[in-house]
Write a protein that binds this ligand. Structure first.
Ligand code: AGP
Length: 384
C-alpha cells in the first residue's frame, strides 16, 4: 500500500463505545468531554508520519494545487474553529481565506469564485443553515467542496467531494467542547496539507510542525490539570450577570468560543471583542467588578494588549487572563493569570480553549443550571 493511501482517512464512523456514552466517574458529559480532549487530539494524530492531502480525499491534491482562495461556512462553535483556521491558512499557505456564518451566507447575494475551496465545518453534519449554505455555494457555481464533520454518515459528508472526519468520538453535551479542539487540529492539518501541496512547506517545517502537534495531547492534559485555579475563578463568575471576553488575531475566535460556552451553559450574558475594539465602544460597559477574560499569548502585540487591559482595570474591571507559559506578566499587573504549558505559538490557542470551557462548566455547576442540556438549545439545529 502506498504511503499516501495508508494515511488517507477511513470515512467509516468508529463505533461509539460504551465508555464514550456513559458518564463513568464524571458528574456531567460536558466535564467528561472536556477531559477527553487529550485522547481525542491523540486519536486525530494517530498514524500520521508525513503530511499528505490524501487525508481529505482522493482528489484533494489536484484540488489543493488549483484553488486561489478558501471560503469557510459554519455556525456557532464550528464557525469559531473556521475563524481560527483563517489565520493559519493565510499565514502558512498565503491563500486568502474568508469565513462566514452559514446562516448569513445562505441568504446573501454573494459573488462566487469558482476557484475557491468551500469548506463546511460541523459537529453533526446536519445543521440546516450550513447545509443550505453549501447548496447556495454550489448554486452560485462553486465546485470544490470539503466537509469537516464529526459524523461520518451525515448529510454534509455525502454532499461534498472532499471530506474529513474529526476524531472526537460521540459528543453528548449540547455545549460542544472536544469537537471544537478536534476541528482545530483538523484545520491545522489541512493548513499543512495545503502548504505542502502548494510548495510552501519545507521538509524541515513539516518535521517541526508534526513534532509540535505530537506534543499537544500531553500539553492539553497539563492544561486540564489547572482545573482548581479555574474553579476558584468560577466562584467569582457565578455571581455575575455579565462578562466580557477579549482576544486578538488567532486568539479572538478562542475568546468568542469562551463567551459562547459561558452564555450557553450558565446563562450569563457574555460577549467577545477583539482587544483593539474595546476603546471603540465596549469600554463603556466596564464598571466596578465587571469580569473580563483575556486570552493572551506571548506575541509581539502583548504590550499593546496589556495597555488596553490596564485601562479596563482602571475602570473597575476584574481581569482573568489565560496566558502562554512565557507571556511576560509581572506581579504588579494586578491580573489573575493562568498559564498554559509551553507550545508553539500557532498552536497555543488550542490549549487556551480548555480553561475557558472549564470556566463555563464550573460556573454553570455553581449556578445549578442543566449543564448538559441548557434551556432552549438542541444538539443539532436541523430546523429552519
Ligand atoms: C456549540 O456549543 C453550540 N451548541 C452550537 O453553537 C453549535 O456549534 C452550532 O449549532 C453548529 O452545530 P454543528 O457544528 O453541528 O453544525
Amino acid at each position: 500500500m502506498s504511503e499516501t493511501v495508508k494515511q488517507s482517512q477511513s470515512f467509516a464512523q468508529p463505533e461509539a463505545n460504551t465508555a464514550q456514552t456513559e458518564l463513568g466517574s464524571y458528574r456531567h458529559f460536558m466535564q467528561k468531554e472536556i477531559f477527553e480532549q487529550p485522547r481525542a487530539i491523540a486519536d486525530s494524530l494517530k498514524g500520521i508520519e508525513t503530511v499528505t492531502p490524501a487525508w481529505f480525499g482522493e482528489r484533494a491534491a489536484a484540488i489543493f494545487s488549483k484553488i486561489d482562495s478558501v471560503l469557510i461556512l459554519a455556525c456557532g462553535t464550528s464557525y469559531h474553529a473556521g475563524q481560527a483556521a483563517r489565520h493559519w491558512i493565510e499565514s502558512l499557505v498565503r491563500l486568502p481565506c474568508h469565513v462566514e456564518i452559514a446562516n448569513e451566507y445562505r441568504f446573501r447575494d454573494g459573488v462566487p469564485n469558482p476557484n475557491a475551496l468551500v469548506i463546511v465545518i460541523s459537529q453533526s453534519g446536519e445543521t440546516a443553515d450550513t447545509l443550505a449554505a453549501l447548496t447556495q455555494a454550489k448554486k452560485l457555481g462553486h465546485t470544490y467542496t470539503l466537509s469537516i464533520c464529526n459524523v461520518a454518515a451525515s448529510s454534509m459528508m455525502r454532499q461534498t467531494e472532499l471530506r474529513y472526519l474529526t476524531r472526537a468520538g460521540a459528543e453528548i453535551g449540547i455545549a460542544s467542547t472536544k469537537v471544537f479542539t478536534t476541528q482545530l487540529v483538523a484545520l491545522f492539518l489541512l493548513t499543512l496539507a495545503l502548504a505542502k501541496e502548494r510548495g510552501r512547506l519545507t521538509a524541515e517545517e513539516e518535521t517541526f510542525w508534526l513534532r509540535a502537534l505530537r506534543r499537544l495531547p500531553s500539553a492539553m492534559q497539563a492544561t486540564l490539570e489547572l482545573e482548581p485555579q479555574i474553579i476558584a475563578w468560577a466562584k467569582t463568575f457565578a455571581h455575575k450577570a455579565h462578562a466580557l471576553f477579549l482576544g486578538r488575531g488567532l486568539n479572538f475566535p478562542i475568546a468568542q468560543e469562551g463567551a459562547l460556552k459561558l452564555k450557553e451553559t450558565s446563562y450569563i450574558h457574555a460577549e467577545a471583542f477583539p482587544v483593539g475594539e474595546l476603546r471603540h465602544g465596549p469600554m463603556a460597559l466596564i464598571d466596578d467588578g465587571m469580569p473580563v477574560v483575556a486570552t493572551m499569548p506571548n506575541s509581539a502585540l502583548f504590550e499593546k494588549t496589556k495597555t488596553v487591559l490596564r485601562e479596563a482595570r482602571m475602570r473597575g474591571a476584574e481581569l482573568f487572563v489565560v496566558a502562554d507559559f512565557d507571556t511576560p506578566f509581572t506581579d504588579d499587573d494586578g491580573f489573575h493569570v493562568l498559564r498554559v504549558p509551553e507550545q508553539e505559538s500557532l498552536l497555543s490557542p488550542i490549549l487556551h480553549a480548555a480553561p475557558l470551557q472549564l470556566l463555563a462548566y464550573h460556573t454553570a455547576v455553581l449556578r445549578g443550571t442543566d449543564v448538559d442540556k441548557p434551556r432552549s438549545l438542541t444538539k443539532s439545529v436541523m430546523e429552519e
